[in-house]
Design a protein around this ligand. Structure first.
Ligand SMILES: [Zn+2]
Ligand SMILES: [Zn+2]
Length: 264
């Protein structure tokens, strides 16, 4: 997925012993199982999960060099769905002809390179919530004023998927955002009733059927008259965010703002 420079860069013999030890640890990373990884992470927490280099103990698990490679979304982008617009303008073709139930989507960057790598690794490495959550927090506070929303909730995984993965990464992001913005995080109230096929594999018509009756609000009074920030990892077709927003609005939510790590 990513070039592991520390593994390929065998020329780098002059570095000190400590770095060499970390590099050998990063080589092991590729081979060892999910069970041993947390142990290694405990002993070598300052090794970049992307390139294996030293993170200078930045507590982010990613080195500065890799962080600088993230392709952040810069204007011009669609004012509704955050899709980069090569030719400028306020809205993308899709948003000009669609009325969504959410106000807008905000995103950290494009689903490529380092950000894509981090999101994929986040499925197994929950400690990446710090670096990814902080990136999301930055775009959130830049684009949505704190007085514009009341609470934060995450796009839910199915019970089966959450059991297999141990956690819902969007929920971890929602918790971090809530903690930093001093807002309430609501978990377990927006629920997913069944697993669905990945949306990008389907046509537009199939997508709508695929997501029908998938999401459900247990207790509508929690969302009633609230402005909500809805968190997910990636927005590809926007149909998951739209379906969740529809359900939240039906439950009485005033406005829904979507915050995602990557816009694909
Ligand atoms: Zn790195
Ligand atoms: Zn758009």
């Amino acid at each position: 997925m990513f070039p592991l420079h520390s593994v390929q860069g065998q020329h780098d013999i002059s570095v000190n012993q400590r770095v060499v030890q970390r590099k050998s640890a990063s080589m092991q990373y590729m081979k060892i199982s999910k069970i041993i990884e947390p142990v290694l992470n405990f002993f070598f927490p300052d090794v970049c999960v992307i390139c294996g280099e030293d993170t200078d103990k930045n507590n982010l698990s990613v080195c500065r060099k890799c962080l600088n490679k993230i392709e952040f979304i810069k204007p011009p982008y669609c004012q509704t769905c955050f899709l980069p617009l090569a030719d400028g303008g306020a809205h993308c073709w899709q948003c000009r002809r669609t009325k969504y139930h959410f106000e807008k989507i905000i995103a950290v960057g494009k689903y490529t390179g380092v950000l894509r790598g981090l999101i994929l690794k986040f499925k197994e490495k929950d400690f990446l919530k710090t670096v990814l959550g902080n990136l999301l927090l930055e775009v959130l506070v830049k684009n949505i004023a704190l007085n514009q929303f009341d609470l934060i909730t995450a796009v839910p995984l199915s019970k089966k998927k959450e059991f297999v993965r141990d956690y819902n990464q969007s929920q971890l992001l929602a918790e971090l955002l809530a903690d930093k913005t001093k807002k309430q995080v609501v978990s377990g109230n927006l629920v997913r009733m069944k697993d669905t096929k990945p949306q990008f594999e389907l046509t537009r018509a199939e997508r709508l059927v695929n997501l029908r009756d998938v999401f459900f609000v247990k207790n509508p009074s929690v969302f009633k008259n609230k402005n909500i920030v809805l968190v997910d990892d990636i927005a590809t077709t926007c149909s998951t965010l739209e379906e969740c927003s529809t359900v939240l609005k039906k439950a009485g939510a005033k406005k829904v703002f979507c915050a995602v790590l990557a816009r694909d």
